[in-house]
Design a protein around this ligand. Structure first.
Ligand SMILES: [Zn+2]
Ligand SMILES: [Zn+2]
Length: 396
C-alpha cells in the first residue's frame, strides 16, 4: 500500500464493520461443497454492485469477478474458497450456523468476506488501480473438487493471469501474525480404498473360510512400515486409514472388508513412491492370507508449493505494511488445499493469516468448537490489498 497510503487505509477503515458482518452472515448460512448457491448469489450481487464484470456458474457454483483498473498493469488473480463442512456447531453465538449439520469450521466464510471486501476496495478507487484483478471464488475446496473445474473453465486463461495469490485463515497463529513460507507449505492428498475379498463362513471354522478381516488388519499394520522403513527420514509422509467396513455379526466370517484412507506428502517423489508400494503391499499381504485385494486411488491434489520469488515478494509486502514482526515463516502443515492446482499453473503464493487467541493454541479447524478471532479478518484484508496492489503494478 505504498501509493497514497492514507487513502487506502481510510478505505479499509470504512469496511471493517461490514467485513465482520459479512463473515457472520456467511457463517450463519453455511453451504456444503458443490451446493454453495446462496453464497455464490451474494458474491455475485456484491461484485455486480461494485461494477465488476461477473461470471457465475463457473466450474459448478464458482464465481469470477473481473476488475479493470484505470491504469496499465498486470493481470493478477486472488483466489478464495467458499464452502463449509458437514459438522454441527457447538458454540452458541447470534451468528451460529442456522443449518443443522453444516458449519463453516475452516474459516472459508472469512476468506469469502475478505475477497469481496478486497474487490470492493479496489473498485472504490479504480482510478489508482493498475492492471486487471481477477477474483476467483472457488467452491468445493473441502472435497478438493473445486479448483480443477474452474481451471478447466479457463479462469486463468481468459484473461491470461500472470500470478495467483490467496490466503487461508488459521487458528495456529494469533491475530496479527501472517505466515509466509516458500517451498512445500501444505501436503498432497490422495484418497484410497482397499477392498479385500475372501470367502465367508462360520466363525468357529475359519479354516473353511478366507477371512478378509484378518487380511485387512495385517495390510493396515503392514502399510505403516512404508512410512517407517521406506520413506527417507528427512522426508515426511502420513498414511492413515480412517474407516474400515466389514461384517455383520461376531460369529460370522464375512466375505469382504473395505478400508478407506489417505496419503499425505510434501514431495512428489515420496507421493509416487508410496502410491506404488502401497499397491504391492495390498495385493501381496492379501495373498499371504489367501485373500485377494485391490487398491483404488484418487489423485486428489498435489502439495501446495510456494515459489521463492513470489513468496519473498509477499513477505516484503506484508512486512512493509504490518511490520517485520508480523511475518513468520512458521512450519508447513500436513493438511491439503486445492489452491495447489492454481499454483501449479501460475506462480504466486498461498499464505496464512492468524485468527487464533493472543496466547495458547486456538481451537482446531474442522472441529465443531472451531472459533475465529475476527480481528484477523482486517489483517487478512490489509495484507491482501497490499499484495494485490503491488502485484498488479507493471514491472518494467
Ligand atoms: Zn478445511
Ligand atoms: Zn480450509
Amino acid at each position: 500500500m505504498s501509493k497514497s497510503q492514507s487513502g487506502w487505509a481510510e478505505e479499509l477503515g470504512r469496511r471493517a464493520d461490514d467485513l465482520v458482518a459479512m463473515r457472520r452472515d456467511f457463517h450463519r448460512h453455511p453451504e456444503l461443497s458443490h451446493q454453495e448457491r446462496r453464497t455464490a448469489e451474494i458474491i455475485a450481487e456484491r461484485l455486480h454492485a461494485a461494477k465488476l464484470e461477473v461470471r457465475t456458474g463457473v466450474g459448478g457454483t464458482g464465481v469470477v469477478g473481473l476488475l479493470h483498473g484505470d491504469r496499465p498493469g498486470r493481470t493478477v488473480a486472488w483466489r478464495a474458497d467458499i464452502d463449509a463442512l458437514p459438522l454441527t456447531e457447538i458454540l452458541a453465538a447470534p451468528f451460529t450456523s442456522a443449518t443443522p449439520g453444516v458449519m463453516h469450521a475452516c474459516g472459508h466464510d472469512g476468506h469469502t468476506a475478505i475477497a469481496i471486501s478486497l474487490a470492493e476496495s479496489l473498485a472504490a478507487r479504480r482510478a489508482e488501480v493498475p492492471g486487471t484483478a481477477v477474483f476467483i471464488f472457488q467452491p468445493a475446496e473441502e472435497v478438493l473438487g473445486g479448483a480443477r473445474p474452474m481451471i478447466e473453465a479457463g479462469v486463468l486463461d481468459n484473461p491470461r493471469v500472470d500470478e495467483v495469490y490467496g490466503l487461508h485463515l488459521t487458528t495456529l497463529h494469533p491475530v496479527g501474525m501472517v505466515q509466509v513460507r516458500s517451498g512445500p507449505t501444505m501436503a498432497s492428498a490422495d484418497a484410497f480404498t482397499v477392498e479385500v475379498r475372501g470367502a465367508g463362513g462360520h466363525g468357529a471354522m475359519p479354516h473353511l473360510s478366507i477371512d478378509p478381516i484378518t487380511a485387512a488388519a495385517n495390510i493396515l499394520l503392514g502399510m505403516q512400515s512404508l512410512v517407517a522403513r521406506e520413506v527417507a527420514a528427512q522426508d515426511t509422509a502420513v498414511l492413515t486409514v480412517g474407516q474400515i467396513v466389514s461384517g455383520t455379526k461376531g460369529n460370522i466370517i464375512p466375505d469382504r472388508a473395505v478400508m478407506h484412507g489417505t496419503i499425505r506428502a510434501y514431495d512428489q517423489r515420496v507421493r509416487d513412491q508410496l502410491v506404488e508400494r502401497l499397491g504391492v503391499f495390498v495385493s501381496q499381504i492379501a495373498k499371504a492370507y489367501r485373500a485377494e485385494a485391490t487398491l483404488q486411488l484418487a489423485y486428489s491434489c498435489p502439495a501446495v508449493v510456494n515459489p521463492e520469488a513470489e513468496t519473498a515478494f509477499v513477505g516484503r509486502c506484508v512486512s512493509d505494511d504490518l511490520g517485520a514482526e508480523a511475518v513468520s515463516e512458521g512450519r508447513p502443515v500436513m493438511a491439503s488445499d486445492d489452491m495447489s492446482l492454481f499454483l501449479r499453473e501460475r506462480p504466486g503464493c498461498y499464505f496464512r493469516v492468524g485468527i487464533g487467541p493472543a496466547s495458547g493454541l486456538g481451537r482446531p479447524h474442522h472441529a465443531p468448537e472451531f472459533e475465529m478471532h475476527e480481528g484477523g479478518l482486517a489483517v487478512g484484508l490489509r495484507a491482501g490489498l497490499g499484495v494485490m496492489l503491488a502485484a498488479l503494478e507493471s514491472r518494467d
